[in-house]
Write a protein that binds this ligand. Structure first.
Ligand SMILES: [Zn+2]
Length: 599
């Protein structure tokens, strides 16, 4: 018995998909998929953008495409999950590699669909409103939006090739360089030489001196390697500005807007709202300083746990009960998706060697179910992670049942709706059950820390990125010092004078891998949007009570079939207005006020 549960209950059961990685049915399935793909390509490639190809034919094509995708989804999910559960077992590695190869092969063969179909609807816009294609309307709208920025096939190929030894190489250099540095950190009084990963994991260590030592070791090191980080980032940013021109985007952020399915005005008012409310975050940080017995927080205190937080362990069984209770407080049916995950053993919570780090929820469309991976460590944070991932399950539950495969997945801004909502339900329950002031403080600080990072700290990264593109436009040379100047001005806009920084923290941006990844410009604002959107919805729930239940279910059921703007309209609000985003801030303020009363 572990955590008060049968060990088997903490290990997932994947046999609904395949009996094992050695199941011969996997190879048979892969062959079937290959065969179907081949026939599909013969039938459609080069034929979509012709006069004889109308709404009926598009519908048939998309249905056939879905059939291939749904079948492959089963193989891919099984391969990925088997590997994630234990990466050291050779047969798990084999199945994972095989699935990855097949994925690359199939998606390469099918890339023509988006390109040809996008062009077809772009040139025949009336197709979008054809009743035959009703179910695919938004799918086609999304394809169409990309068309004006696509280049010729040859140019696209050249871009892929130049990125391999360009951005991808810079990205690899940044990652390898950072991950092969050594850092001298004093861990609870003992000097240790640590890798980046090890040092990084100490940044929220309960011991303040250890945190300080880890911060100083990492960030002082970054400045010494200025040439590596600054050169990589300068090249990537400059490259992107060239691409923006070639692809005829109005602004450097446009590609990210299209990828995230929102309009510029929505983003503009989101960021305006954040800027107007930085004082709220600073207010929280000052309260946190008081709770920590400090005059002012240092940078190594921002995400630190409160010193008097209860250390009581929360068993997996207890966590399960709490989460079910929290979800049931919203709605019985809503909680049924969560209960099913435990009943079917679709959660892998055991801590084991060789298991993938972190946590995720993976959807299996054909099985109308999900799987969750987590290494459950019995802390408050672990309870929140499980409540979060089970929110993804709930979202899948509704979208898988209401939507076709091509509409079942939401973009990043909407994908976190049920997961963050689940965390809020959890918070409310935990606060109700908490017996001591310290427990309540720990819960609220946990929530405000996490949301504070997602809403405010990530906004600093957004502003930093914007300043750099603007600087390139002005013809400025982005050497290391100039980059740090832009980082600190984005950062200080958020933190004001609420935090004590040490000078080398000006290199903080250099460790963020996303800045260096290809095709990942402006990876940041969707986090801000997702967090505030759900906190806004939660405010509506608080006001409307049970009346809001069908609204949330409708939003989740829509999957990716509607834009975030259309989905928020279901709740009676306009996502492109500051008024809606301000609702999310109101939720932050409510929590800050609750915490303030506990001092
Ligand atoms: Zn999530």
């Amino acid at each position: 018995m572990v955590n008060g549960m049968n060990e088997k209950e903490m290990i997932w059961d994947l046999t609904d998909m395949f009996s094992s990685p050695k199941d011969p049915a996997i190879d048979r399935k892969i062959e079937e998929i290959r065969e179907k793909t081949k026939k599909f390509v013969e039938k459609y490639q080069g034929k979509i953008n012709t006069d004889r190809f109308g709404a009926e034919e598009i519908k048939e094509l998309l249905e056939e495409l879905e059939e291939i995708a749904v079948e492959f989804d089963r193989v891919e999910t099984f391969g990925y999950l088997s590997f994630s559960a234990n990466m050291t077992i050779p047969e798990n590695q084999q199945i994972y590699n095989k699935v990855k190869e097949v994925e690359a092969e199939i998606s390469q063969k099918l890339t023509f669909v988006d390109l040809e179909l996008g062009k077809k609807v772009y040139e025949n816009k009336e197709l979008i409103d054809d009743p035959i294609l009703k179910e695919y309307k938004h799918y086609l709208e999304k394809l169409m939006r990309k068309v004006p920025h696509q280049l010729s096939e040859k140019e696209e190929q050249i871009i892929i090739e130049k990125d391999q030894n360009g951005i991808e190489a810079w990205s690899e250099l940044q990652s390898q360089w950072l991950n092969t540095r050594k850092f001298e950190v004093e861990v609870e009084g003992v000097k240790k030489i640590l890798s980046y990963g090890e040092a990084n994991s100490l940044l929220n260590h309960p011991d303040r001196k250890t945190r300080e030592s880890a911060y100083r070791a990492i960030y002082t090191g970054l400045g010494r390697d200025e040439i590596v980080y600054a050169t990589a980032l300068r090249s990537i940013v400059a490259d992107w500005m060239k691409m923006v021109k070639r692809r005829k985007y109005k602004r450097p952020v446009d590609a990210a807007l299209i990828a995230n399915d929102i309009e510029y005005k929505t983003l503009e008012n989101l960021m305006k709202t954040v800027e107007k409310n930085v004082g709220l975050y600073q207010r929280y940080l000052r309260i946190k300083a008081k709770l920590m017995g400090l005059e002012k927080l240092a940078c190594w205190d921002i995400i630190a746990p409160l010193p008097n937080a209860p250390k009581e362990k929360i068993s997996y069984q207890k966590s399960k009960e709490l989460i079910i209770e929290a979800y049931e407080s919203f709605d019985e049916e809503y909680a049924s998706a969560v209960k099913e995950m435990f009943e079917k053993n679709h959660i892998d919570a055991e801590i084991r060697l060789g298991k993938r780090n972190g946590a995720f929820c993976s959807s299996w469309y054909g099985g109308k179910t999900s799987y969750i991976l987590q290494s459950y460590g019995e802390t408050l944070a672990d309870v929140y992670i499980l409540a979060h991932e089970l929110g993804h399950t709930t979202h899948n539950y509704y979208a898988q049942r209401a939507q076709r495969y091509l509409n079942a997945h939401s973009g990043m801004i909407i994908a976190e709706t049920a997961s963050i909502f689940g965390e809020l339900l959890m918070t409310e329950l935990l606060l109700k059950k908490a017996k001591t002031k310290e427990e309540k403080q720990a819960i609220l600080a946990h929530v405000l820390d996490e949301a504070g990072m997602a809403i405010f700290q990530v906004s600093a990264r957004f502003w930093f990125e914007t300043y750099m593109y603007e600087a390139i436009e002005r013809g400025e040379y982005l050497d290391g010092e100039t980059q740090t100047k832009y980082w600190t001005s984005g950062r200080d806009k958020v933190y004001g004078d609420a935090i004590e920084w040490f000078d080398e923290m000006r290199w903080e941006y250099a460790i963020k891998p996303h800045y260096y990844m290809p095709n990942f410009r402006y990876y940041n604002f969707p986090y801000v949007a997702a967090q505030l959107l759900v906190w806004g919805l939660y405010q509506i729930y608080k006001k409307k009570g049970k009346e809001f239940v069908p609204t949330l279910k409708a939003i989740l059921s829509a999957g990716g079939s509607k834009s975030p703007e259309e989905l928020v309209a279901l709740a009676g609000f306009d996502l492109s207005k500051e008024e809606f985003w301000q609702l999310g801030m109101k939720q932050y303020e409510d929590f800050v006020s609750q915490l303030e009363e506990l001092i």
